[in-house]
Design a protein around this ligand. Structure first.
Ligand SMILES: Nc1nc2c(ncn2[C@@H]2O[C@H](COP(=O)(O)OP(=O)(O)OP(=O)(O)O)[C@@H](O)[C@H]2O)c(=O)[nH]1
Ligand SMILES: [Mg+2]
Length: 314
């Protein structure tokens, strides 16, 4: 049996940490919002296990409560309780619906440490980083807020940490769906600037994956047959339009080695039968029955499969 790989997801507030984990899981599990949202260290175990759905702990890591079923509602409520600092979720293979191989990945969600209302968030992040079984760090950069001071401080700290502890870090450039090339914005320039920014802090040849986590989550929810909200449907239709024009938009800009990019490129080049494609887009632009093949390819486009491949191979 494969051993677990512990993956810690960190960043400043509202960069999209929880959304990135939800997108990897294909499950709207962790609460995400445009405000200080996560206030606990939440560990999500993907393996099938006979354990309870979720357990929460106090600051001394003593269990306080346990529930048989983990849900968005439960985690949102636990994150609102001051006395809850740690949560374990046993997803019982939920995420394996889409990707069977990801069973040994354990995702650790952390609070943004730059919350002026709560110093405890910094301590919680430090305690997560000091767990000695961390394998990989995913650092989420918000592409609309590159180079802000809080981010610079956290990245400097991370650089010191990975140098002292010899850990791997994968940078994710999230929210690239907001880049508007038609208005002169350029993903290529944003990635180049992000690379320079990271190199100035000391990261050598950073691995950087452009990602649209929110879109990836919506696509996976649709693949799972879940209902989408009107906003989600509209967002998906919009981004599918850009995807159909250039499937390689994100992959071309990723800072990865040649073979990793080639793997995604191969997926993106798979031909979706035209008739099927037309049939589905005509009868169900807004419905669950969206062309599965196209949505699967859209997941490769969104960057989420690139991230998952990288986590599996690291
Ligand atoms: N446009 C866009 N918005 C996103 C994306 N990913 C996340 N968001 C939005 O960004 C906001 C913050 O997302 P969260 O996942 O809560 O961010 P976080 O880093 O976990 O935040 P804290 O836990 O508060 O530190 C939410 O409104 C998300 O819907 C994305 O890929 N594109
Ligand atoms: Mg969060």
């Amino acid at each position: 049996m494969k051993s677990n790989k512990n993956i810690i997801v960190m960043a400043t507030m509202s960069s999209g940490k929880s959304t990135v984990i939800n997108a990897l899981l294909g499950w709207d599990l962790l609460h995400s919002a445009n405000e200080a949202t996560t206030s606990t260290i939440t560990k999500i175990h993907n393996k099938k296990s006979p354990e309870f759905g979720a357990v929460c702990y106090c600051s001394q890591k003593l269990p306080i409560d346990r529930k048989k079923i983990a849900s968005h509602k439960l985690l949102k409520a636990w994150n609102n309780e001051d006395y809850i600092h740690y949560i374990d979720v046993f997803s019982n293979g939920y995420s394996n619906k889409i990707r069977k191989s990801s069973g040994n990945l354990v995702y650790i969600d952390t609070p943004g440490p730059n919350n002026s209302q709560d110093n405890n968030h910094q301590e919680l992040l430090d305690s997560a980083l000091n767990m000695n079984d961390i394998n990989t760090i995913v650092y989420v950069m918000n592409c609309s807020q590159l180079g802000v001071n809080d981010d610079y401080e956290l990245l400097s700290k991370l650089h010191k940490y990975i140098t002292e502890n010899n850990k791997d870090v994968i940078f994710v450039l999230n929210k690239v769906d907001i880049v508007d090339e038609e208005r002169g914005e350029s993903l290529n320039i944003i990635v180049t600037n992000a690379k320079l920014y990271l190199e100035n802090i000391g990261f050598i040849e950073p691995v950087l994956i452009p990602l649209m986590a929110q879109m990836a989550l919506v696509a996976k929810k649709s693949l799972n047959g879940e209902d989408l909200t009107r906003k989600e449907k509209n967002m998906l239709i919009n981004e599918l339009e850009r995807f159909r024009i250039n499937k390689h938009y994100l992959n071309d800009e990723a800072l990865l080695n040649h073979s990793e990019k080639k793997k995604i490129k191969r997926n993106l080049n798979r031909i979706i039968p035209n008739l099927l494609h037309r049939f589905f887009t005509i009868i169900s632009p807004n419905k669950k029955l969206r062309n599965k093949m196209e949505l699967k390819q859209f997941c490769s486009y969104s960057g989420i499969n690139t991230l998952e491949n990288k986590l599996l191979s690291n």
